[in-house]
Design a protein around this ligand. Structure first.
Ligand SMILES: NC(=O)c1ccc[n+]([C@@H]2O[C@H](COP(=O)([O-])OP(=O)(O)OC[C@H]3O[C@@H](n4cnc5c(N)ncnc54)[C@H](OP(=O)(O)O)[C@@H]3O)[C@@H](O)[C@H]2O)c1
Length: 181
């Protein structure tokens, strides 16, 4: 049994990074980081894009699945499993990586969020830095660039929102966990 949990912190206009593809200070939240780290501790593996993998060291040695077009399928390397979704279906890859099942954390970026939208999230942990706008920034999902809100995309994927939780009253920074009905 595999559970897939997405994690993102977004602005009011559903952006995960600025126009240059960098994460702006306005999207950094200690409370969200602490929440995210605790969630990673509950996960059997983390799936992230190659750039995110290269940008973020892995001091705790958590099991990573690195999405990249540079590998022919699925490849075990010292720094984790490298996976090319064009070359090997998710079901095959995850059966090899976690034969006993488990919880998967998906922290993006955008193409990885899109990829798992099609595969199917069990839940999506949507943190919002309220009051922040990042015009021209990188969207959470590519559909957000075509005018859809994050909520509409998650709802369209069969997820329903939970209660709005306040992670940090400054801002505020809020969390809503969308899950299967
Ligand atoms: N606010 C948030 O919650 C949040 C979350 C995630 C990221 N970010 C920020 O967003 C910014 C941009 O991240 P990013 O999207 O550029 O980087 P990324 O997703 O970490 O990495 C992109 C790379 O991942 C690989 N990849 C992704 N999807 C793939 C697919 N379907 N098939 C094959 N390869 C795939 C490609 O690698 P190859 O080139 O090797 O093929 C691609 O170049 C960063 O500043 C990051 O900090 C913010």
């Amino acid at each position: 049994m595999i559970e897939i949990h997405g994690y993102a912190i977004v602005s009011d206009d559903d952006r995960i990074a600025d126009a240059e593809g960098r994460m702006p200070e306005a999207l950094r939240s200690e409370a969200d980081w602490a929440y995210f780290q605790a969630e990673l501790d509950r996960s059997a593996a983390t799936v992230l894009g190659r750039l995110g993998h290269e940008a973020h060291p892995n001091p705790r040695g958590r099991l990573r699945i690195v999405v990249s077009s540079s590998v022919p399928g699925l490849e075990r390397r010292a720094d984790g499993w490298w996976w090319n979704p064009e070359a090997k279906p998710w079901e095959d890859a995850v059966r090899t990586i976690l034969p006993a099942g488990g919880r998967i954390a998906v922290p993006g970026g955008r193409r990885v969020f899109d990829l798992f939208l099609a595969i199917g999230y069990t839940a999506f942990h949507l943190t919002r830095a309220e009051g922040v706008r990042i015009p021209g920034g990188v969207a959470l999902f590519s559909a957000c660039d075509r005018g859809a809100s994050a909520e509409a995309v998650l709802g369209g994927a069969g997820l329903v929102p939970g209660e709005r939780q306040i992670l940090d009253p400054r801002g505020p920074v809020t969390l809503n966990i969308w899950s299967r009905a």
